[in-house]
Design a protein around this ligand. Sequence first.
Ligand code: A3P
Length: 288
Amino acid sequence: SLDLVSPYLFRYKRRNFLVKDEMRPKDLDALQHFELRPTDIFLVTYPKSGTTWLQQVLVQIMEAAHPDWAEDVTNRTRVPWLEERNADNPLRERSDPRIFGSHLPPDMLPQGVKAQRLKIVYVWRNPKDVLVSFYHFAHSWVLLETPKSFEDFFQQFLDGDVYMGSWFDHVREYQETRDQLDIHFVQYERMLKDLRGEVVKLCAFLGKDLTEEAVDHVVEMSTFKNMKTNPKANYKDLVETKRYSAKTMRKGIAGDWKNVFTVAQDEHFDKEFKKKMSNVPLSCTWEI
Ligand code: A3P
């Protein structure tokens, strides 16, 4: 039987997974032995940290590097979700290099990721904006419980009682295991400030030697404005299936939390942040 946190979430290995999804503990365990290829790339994030954005950037980089191979499929199809129950999904048989999305913590990724030092792109974002984005997302995705109030959700986020558990654990654990992994960290706010610079760094990490024009094209295709109207990038197909009622591309800024947090909430958050992240050498960009 599942260890239920709510009718929507069950806890497994200190993380919260979706009851309404079809993944169960045995499926998550089976992922440990998921068969990998040396060219596999993993896009790992805590929810609402820029997954959709990096899907687009990575797909654009890979397609630019393989111009014969541009595909007319959505990013959701192009970057299949590792922890989705689709073990027989033919997408996994696709040509190299495969790109997988995942929200799993380091110890729940397939063992081969570490053993074979496969490439991981880890995107993180300041947790106050993650919280606000998550709050809106929880209203718009049928698999999540609609928050009773912002106050309630605020506390759930701090307690790690949300989908995928604690932001603090997720970010800390990837920092703590970084030396054992071939991992490239991308900060959401740096992407906002200098998208091109971050794309160039990603190309270097992925060993992709793109021309200046190709890099320009990746950047152009990955702006908020262009992604918002690109059905391959913005999950429009899910809106149409009614699994979402709102857009994934909401505001795309740094500092939206200032419009939502009370002064008391902000102080409380800062205190918790200090406590939970005291040993983690990270400095967040809270607004731009
Ligand atoms: P907001 O809800 O704050 O607008 P994820 O893809 O991990 O679920 O994260 C979603 C967040 O990333 C949303 O944040 C969304 O607007 C933002 N985002 C997606 N594409 C973006 C882009 N090209 N530029 C800036 N933000 C982007």
